[in-house]
Design a protein around this ligand. Sequence first.
Ligand code: ICS
Length: 521
Amino acid sequence: SAAEAREKMLDIYPKKTLRKRSKQMMVNENPSTPAEIGANSRTVPGIITQRGCSYAGCKGVVIGPIYDILHITHGPIGCGYYSWLSRRNFTKIRNEGETNYLQYSMSTDMQENHIVFGGETLLKDAIQEAYDEFKPKAISVYATCPVGLIGDDIHAVCKEMKAKLGINIFGFSCEGYKGVSQSAGHHIANNGVFKNMIGLDDTPSKGEYTINILGEYNIGGDAWEIDRILALCGIKIIGTLSGGVTYDEICNAHMADLNVVMCHRSINYMAEMMETKFGIPWFKVNFIGLEGTKKSLRKIAQYFGEKKLIDRVEEVIAAEMSEVRPVIEDVKTRTNGKTAALFVGGSRAHHYQDLFEDMEMKVIAAGYEFAHRDDYEGREVLPSIKVDADSRNIEELTIEEDPERFNLRKTVDRKKSLEESGFAFSDYEGMLKQMKKDTLVIDDISHHEMEKLIELYKPDVIGSGVKDKYVIEKMGVPCKQLHSYDYGGPYAGFKGAINFFKEIDRMTSSRVWELTRAPWH
Ligand code: ICS
């Protein structure tokens, strides 16, 4: 049973580690009223975690994908180099006259003497050099661990250079150690994007139904598939934060009539701040999985409430499904009843359960690396989450209504009547309610626990990341990277679902895994 498996995973730990890990491992006994899970706490030193750092969450995840900002990593070269497009956040120039800087990895390349004598001049020179060479619209600077430790004031440098060069230049104090994981970096990034970009351009949009997609980063081209579907429906995207997006689009995003949130973990702060300041309502969507995509499209149509749009969305769904149906019917004959485990990031461990459900596979265990309790248990637990010293470290912006630009996109009455018909605004129900009874939930899983899980359950496939992929495969279980998608994707929307079904079918039907012998056998 799951409870026994949990015991066996915990068995090996010394007392203090055991106490900590027990809180982060649970059996989902009551899916509709989930129990409390330990999350967003420090990883025990010595345990092999899959987490990343605060710099990764800020530069790598949230802001880095904006392709015509020139991003400069202030730090030793490794930080910039290893975060250079390995996430597979795709970009292409979409409009004439645009620039794409993402093929560059720019860094101040700090050396020992800068650590000793300070790196502010180095940063100043780097900004000047980058400006002379590229003349970008905006420059963004990211602090790495040593920068915070030696006390370089990157914000003063940015301010000085902004005044000197006359372009937008801003910095992020996203030193790797700023939080217990990349999640801290998301929050820092949200604050910075909100302060330095959102609201700078008040040009009204030309589209009829205008939305932003928050928390979609175009990994493997996902955002482009979502773009394609929404365009067919006649829904206009002002900004996708931050997949395949430009600086100008972000500066104009506050003009949209609705925010839909894909990845709740990385961007819920932005959704809340935009609602408070500009009156833009938000709700959660999921374009991963057939049912998820359909539900999300219908919800957007229902929000705008016009028959023309509602009908159009149904036509698009019908047309797309006629292409998907034969594929899923075929794939299901082989995937039905197979098992999967998912240990990914802060939202995909949940989102991808929809795709496995489409294939009639069973998700026997899942967990996030760095999500918070609300991503597991739902936003209703927010008031009861204790703010610890690590989270208190991160600035919480006080946002007020914009005196001129605040406007309710839906009148109070219309919003209320939507809510009464079961429409949830500003909500995320979390992962646990969707998971089956008595499945295992493991936060920030360790390699030891992963090995035990494989020993005990031998799932047909594990969705995870590059840090554990080869450990898993050496144990004879295929592993699909659900961060970078290996070399595949897109997996979002309808065409993405087809890609995913074929990929998982291929991986779980292959006999090669029975033939692998681990090197230690
Ligand atoms: Fe959100 Mo890897 Fe996203 Fe999520 Fe986030 Fe990261 Fe990636 Fe993963 C992410 S923003 S980089 S959906 S695109 S930090 S795959 S939480 S861990 S599951």
